[in-house]
Design a protein around this ligand. Structure first.
Ligand code: PLP
Length: 397
């Protein structure tokens, strides 16, 4: 699979021969005949646009590029990653249905499945995604969805997508994979996933200036999501704005270069931190429990990704280190990921705070854990040496 080539091979021209497609700066569209308007509303007039919550040319351009990247028939972009996740889950599940989900997932997704979906009679079993037997045991006759992140937030557990796909096929359930942490590196559809989701907010857009999401999958699913009568994307209304779609498409074209640099820098830091005796988790390290699985399913040239974690023991030490690293301009104390600058946060008290403390402990999310989204630093050795000084200053080394 060559996902970056698939993006590059698309050829889009603008209205006046521009090298970028024109932006559809309209919320509504005119028709020469009332009959065509009716047909468009019914979904029977290909190439016609009605209203930008349904679709817009700019959103379709971005969607086509993301579908090409993931190797799916098509995709639907949305206003946020959560807008993609919630729409897919609400579309696939009816009242009484059951979800089997990885227990280490983004806090917002966890909160949706744990606290919100039960209001509609949709219940979830949270399992250790690295234990295929436990997953199979959790499946009931009501299970319709198996949900995971290819590399989990924040523990960086790696899903064995081929193994999960076998189970999903055996029980005729949909395997939904959030690939936000490993764009290009992992191609879940090629490995057997039915649906691939991204928060575009992160690596794919890469400039921390917008929120966005996408669902990549079969045409039939995307048609359902957009159906005016019962489509979750259409009716819940988290549609992306055309101006944003155009800017994300431009950033997507450099994703392969950025991912290689993120991966290179993260691998360097992970090795150095580990050699310094710091508890370091990075899928590229041979000590990572799922290193072999990642290696086996990766598109090698993009590396093991830009995310790593270290455990410095206590929250106080974690906070002191992050504040000092920010003061020294080595990165920002901020949630989110995929920026040119390194971002760091303590997930237990931020992005995973929706997960109760006892469950955090059970899954191995300790209070001294710091999650790094490693930036595009040109000289990562220089960054490392400065980070080491900060660690010495706060008593970690
Ligand atoms: N999936 C993962 C793995 C995430 O880390 C996040 C956000 O942090 C989301 C989904 C949600 O995306 P958004 O914030 O764009 O709604």
């Amino acid at each position: 699979m060559k996902p970056a080539d698939a993006i590059q091979d698309l050829q889009y021209f603008g209205e006046f021969g521009g090298v970028n497609p024109s932006i559809s700066d309209s919320s509504t569209y005119t028709f020469l005949s009332a009959k065509t308007m009716f047909d468009t509303f019914e979904g029977n007039a290909d190439g016609c646009y009605l209203y930008s919550r349904h679709s817009s040319p700019s959103n379709l351009y971005l969607g086509a590029a993301l579908a090409a990247m993931e190797g799916t028939e098509t995709s639907n972009v949305s206003a946020s990653g959560m807008g993609a996740i919630t729409a897919v889950l609400m579309q696939l599940c009816n009242t009484g249905d059951h979800v089997v989900s990885s227990r280490t997932i983004y806090g917002g997704t966890y909160a949706f499945l744990k606290n919100f979906a039960p209001k509609f009679g949709i219940n979830t079993a949270f399992v250790d995604i690295t234990n295929l037997a436990a997953i199979e045991d959790a499946i009931t006759e009501k299970t319709t969805v198996l949900y995971c992140e290819s590399v989990s937030n924040p523990l960086l557990e790696v899903a064995d997508i081929r193994g999960l796909s076998k189970i999903a096929k055996k029980y005729n359930i949909q395997l939904v994979v959030d690939n936000t942490f490993s764009p290009l590196s992992i191609s879940p559809k090629v490995l057997g996933a039915d649906i691939v989701i991204h928060s575009l907010t992160k690596f794919i857009n890469g400039s921390s200036d917008t929120i966005g999401g996408v669902v990549c999958g079969r045409q039939e699913l995307i048609d359902h999501l957009r159906n005016v009568n019962d489509g979750a994307a259409m009716l819940l209304g988290a549609s992306m704005d055309s101006l944003r779609a155009a800017s994300i498409l431009k950033n997507l074209r450099t994703l392969h270069i950025r991912m290689k640099q993120h991966s290179h820098n993260a691998m360097y830091l992970a090795h150095q931190f580990k050699n310094d005796g710091i508890k370091t988790v990075y899928p590229g390290l041979e000590s990572h429990p799922s290193h072999a699985i990642f290696k086996n399913q990766m598109n090698e040239e993009y590396g093991f990704g830009g995310m790593l974690t270290i455990d410095v023991g206590t929250l106080d030490k974690a906070n002191a280190l992050m504040e000092l690293m920010q003061k020294e301009n080595l990165g920002y104390l901020a949630v989110s990921l995929g920026f040119y600058k390194t971002l760091f946060s303590a997930p237990g008290s931020s992005t995973s705070s929706e997960i109760p403390e006892d469950e955090q402990k059970e899954m191995g999310l300790s209070e001294g854990l710091i999650r790094f989204s490693v930036g595009l630093d040109n000289d990562i050795k220089r960054t490392y040496l400065s980070m080491k000084k900060c660690m010495v200053s706060v008593g970690i080394l």
